[in-house]
Design a binder for this molecule. Structure first.
Ligand SMILES: NC(=O)c1ccc[n+]([C@@H]2O[C@H](COP(=O)([O-])OP(=O)(O)OC[C@H]3O[C@@H](n4cnc5c(N)ncnc54)[C@H](OP(=O)(O)O)[C@@H]3O)[C@@H](O)[C@H]2O)c1
Length: 307
C-alpha cells in the first residue's frame, strides 16, 4: 500500500512517502481502502515528539486519525459490515493512521459515511466531531442558554457553534476579523473579532467554550453568570480561578467510544455537523502540509489529503 510514515520524532522532514505491506485485518477488525484523510494538530504534535511524555508510540508510525473510504476486507467475528460499504474511520492515536491508501482498525472505530457530506468533509468529520461532541455534552447545553465560543472559526469551534444552534442556544463567537462572515455562517448569532475588538463587555453567559487558553482564558471569568462554566479541551497554561469568581472550570474529556462516533455521524446525517475543510492536497505533499499546520498557515478547518 502507499503510505506516509516517520521512523523518528522530528520536523516534517522526517516524513517518508512510499510502499508498505498492506495489512490484513485481525479478528474484530476491518480493512478500509482510504480515499481521503485529514490532518489535525494532534498528528503534528505526535510526529514532533511533543506528546511523548503522554503517549508511547511504537515507531515507525503512519500519522493521521481521520479518514474516509470503503470497507475492503472483514476480520473474523465482525458483523454488520459488507465489502464496499462507505465509511468514516477514527484511528487510535497510537496505532498506524490514515495517511495511507489502507488501514486496519477495530470495527468499533468505523461508522457509515454520512451521505450529506462531501468526500473531503467526511474525511474531516470524526476527530473534531468527537471533540465538539465532548465539549457540548460537558456543557449540558439547554435551549435558551447564552454561550461564547472562543475560536469559532476553527474545526472544533465551528462544530460547537453548529451543535449549539441546533439545540436552540444563543451563541457569540470570537475569531479573527478576516473570518467574521465565515464564523457567522457556522451558526453564530454574533461574532467578535479578537484582533480588533474586546469581548470583555459580555456579561451573564451560561458557558464559555475556551479552545484558546492563556490570556483569553484569564479574561473570560467576568463574562459568566454565577454558577456558569468555562469548558475547555486542552490543558492550555491557565490558572483555575473558578472559585474566586463563583464559576466552574471543566475539562471536556474526549471519547472515541462507539456511541460518540455514532452520535457525530448521526448529527452529520441530520445536517448540523458540517466539518470545515481548509483545502485539499495530494498525500505526497504530507510534509508540506504538516509544516503549514505547524506554522499557523492552515485556517478555517482541516487540510484534507486526497489519496
Ligand atoms: N482531545 C483534545 O484535548 C483536543 C481535541 C481537539 C482539539 N483540541 C485543541 O483544541 C483547539 C482547537 O482545535 P481545532 O482543531 O479547532 O483547531 P483549529 O482548527 O486550528 O482552530 C484554531 C482556532 O483558534 C482560533 N484562535 C486563535 N487565537 C485566538 C484568540 N486569541 N481568540 C479567539 N480565537 C483564537 C482561530 O481563529 P482564527 O483562525 O479566526 O484566528 C481558530 O478558529 C486546539 O488547541 C487543539 O489542539 C484538543
Amino acid at each position: 500500500m502507499r503510505a506516509v510514515w516517520y521512523e523518528d520524532y522530528g520536523p516534517p522532514s522526517v516524513l517518508r512517502v512510499g510502499e508498505r505491506d498492506t495489512p490484513e485485518p485481525a479478528a474484530g477488525q476491518l480493512r478500509v481502502r482510504l480515499l481521503a484523510s485529514a490532518l489535525a494538530q494532534i498528528d503534528v504534535k505526535l510526529r514532533a515528539g511533543a506528546l511523548r511524555g503522554h503517549f508511547a508510540l511504537s515507531l515507525p508510525k503512519i500519522p493521521g486519525r481521520d479518514g474516509v473510504g470503503v470497507v475492503e476486507a472483514i476480520g473474523a467475528g465482525v458483523f454488520g459490515w459488507r465489502v464496499g460499504d462507505a465509511v468514516c474511520v477514527l484511528a487510535a492515536p497510537l496505532d498506524d493512521g490514515t495517511s495511507a491508501s489502507h488501514i486496519v482498525c477495530d470495527a468499533a472505530r468505523v461508522v457509515p459515511r454520512p451521505e450529506a457530506l462531501t468526500l473531503a468533509q467526511s474525511a474531516a468529520l470524526l476527530q473534531p466531531g468527537v471533540s465538539a461532541w465532548a465539549a457540548v455534552t460537558t456543557a449540558a447545553l439547554q435551549p435558551g442558554m447564552r454561550v461564547l465560543v472562543h475560536g469559532g472559526s476553527g474545526a472544533v469551534g465551528a462544530l460547537v457553534l453548529q451543535h449549539a444552534r441546533a439545540l436552540g442556544v444563543h451563541t457569540v463567537a470570537t475569531c479573527r476579523h478576516d473570518h467574521l462572515d465565515h464564523t457567522l455562517a457556522q451558526g453564530a448569532d454574533a461574532v467578535i473579532a479578537y484582533d480588533r475588538e474586546d469581548f470583555g463587555h459580555l456579561r451573564g453567559l451560561d458557558v464559555v467554550f475556551d479552545f484558546v487558553g492563556g490570556h483569553t482564558h484569564a479574561r473570560s471569568y467576568p463574562l459568566l453568570r454565577p454558577g456558569g462554566s468555562i469548558v475547555y479541551l486542552v490543558a492550555a497554561p491557565f490558572e483555575d480561578r473558578g472559585a474566586a469568581h463563583g464559576v466552574k472550570v471543566v475539562r471536556a474529556v474526549v471519547s472515541d467510544a462507539p456511541e460518540a462516533l455514532r452520535g457525530v455521524a448521526h448529527a452529520a446525517r441530520e445536517g448540523f455537523y458540517r466539518p470545515l475543510v481548509s483545502h485539499s492536497v495530494p498525500l505526497s505533499e504530507a510534509a508540506a502540509a504538516h509544516a503549514a499546520l505547524e506554522n499557523g498557515q492552515v485556517q478555517r478547518g482541516r487540510i484534507v489529503f486526497e489519496h
